[in-house]
Design a protein around this ligand. Sequence first.
Ligand SMILES: Cc1cc2nc3c(=O)[nH]c(=O)nc-3n(C[C@H](O)[C@H](O)[C@H](O)COP(=O)(O)OP(=O)(O)OC[C@H]3O[C@@H](n4cnc5c(N)ncnc54)[C@H](O)[C@@H]3O)c2cc1C
Length: 335
Amino acid sequence: MKYRITLDSGEAFDVAHDEDTLLRGALRAGIGLPHECSVGGCGACRFELVDGSVDTLWHEAPGLTERDRKRGKRLACQSKPSGDCTIRVRCDDSYRPVVAASKWTATLKARRALTADMSEFTFHVPEQASFRAGQYALLYPAAATGARAYSMSNLANGEGLWQFIIRRVPGGAGSNALFDAIEIGEQIVLDGPYGHAHLRDDSPRDIVCIAGGSGLAPMLSIVRGALAQPGARRVRFFYGARSQADLSALQALDTLAADHPHLKIDVVLSAPQPAPPWDGETGFVHTLVERELALSIAEHEFYFAGPPPMIEAVQEMLMLRHRVPFDQIHFDRFV
Ligand SMILES: Cc1cc2nc3c(=O)[nH]c(=O)nc-3n(C[C@H](O)[C@H](O)[C@H](O)COP(=O)(O)OP(=O)(O)OC[C@H]3O[C@@H](n4cnc5c(N)ncnc54)[C@H](O)[C@@H]3O)c2cc1C
């Protein structure tokens, strides 16, 4: 059964009730419905239901405040239509999908530990893997409710491989299910790609990637994409980790840096351990970026990913203190 969704601007799209949320239906139809996390956490896809009815998937989703709920706001990523609807939402061309998303049954091919709590997961889909460097996909672990967003760490490829670097979150239902409840050869629903913090091909500026924790995944993809471009631009990669034990996650980057003089990697630890000895940078990653780039900071194209406090600190540093133009700043928040 398909329902017709009409925006108050006049645009319209169809959504199959069983298959799609309003957000995914809109994006599949090429409509720029604002969104960020796609899993109920950020609130970017808020809309008002003018007419018709929808089913809400996750009533307590933190993307809506109590005030939003009282004012009748809903999240497009958590709403499935149960009839034709008219909705009010301000669309923006910058949210139009660059690659149309699809849903697949993906097979887990490999899981490789990178650190004590982060592993690289490789899934296979029987079609070519089409996405832009820096985008993410939604995984649906059967043992958890709802979807979880994970960024791809590899590049689009003809072999149908989607790779992710996933951190096991203590007590987290989705990440623990991916580590413990799916064996190699088993299947999972994979839906993507999503996200607009993807590598821009049309900028001549040198690139700065800033990653914290599992924010490594999309930044690794951006670096891989940037180095594969003709006449490669210079890339500075800044990684903020807790301690020396986290640094084994950087092996793939170190290998890339050995082959590409255009790539420079800087690491900063927020809580170095007494052993092995650490004589590198300590502190927070945004402070190191600010000091290293100094006066040339606004001449770069910035990509960053990581936990919300890191994203906020980097945003404040770039936008408020250094007035870096908004169109040179690309990020997806890991809500
Ligand atoms: C754009 C984006 C990219 C990300 N990329 C990565 C990455 O590359 N690597 C990585 O390790 N992590 C990434 N994350 C974080 C990841 O999506 C998870 O939030 C994290 O793994 C914790 O999930 P969990 O299920 O273990 O924890 P939980 O605390 O159980 O759940 C965390 C999130 O899952 C969603 N959720 C919880 N309950 C429900 C429910 N009932 N219905 C629907 N949704 C629910 C919510 O969004 C919640 O914030 C990314 C997040 C975003 C938004």
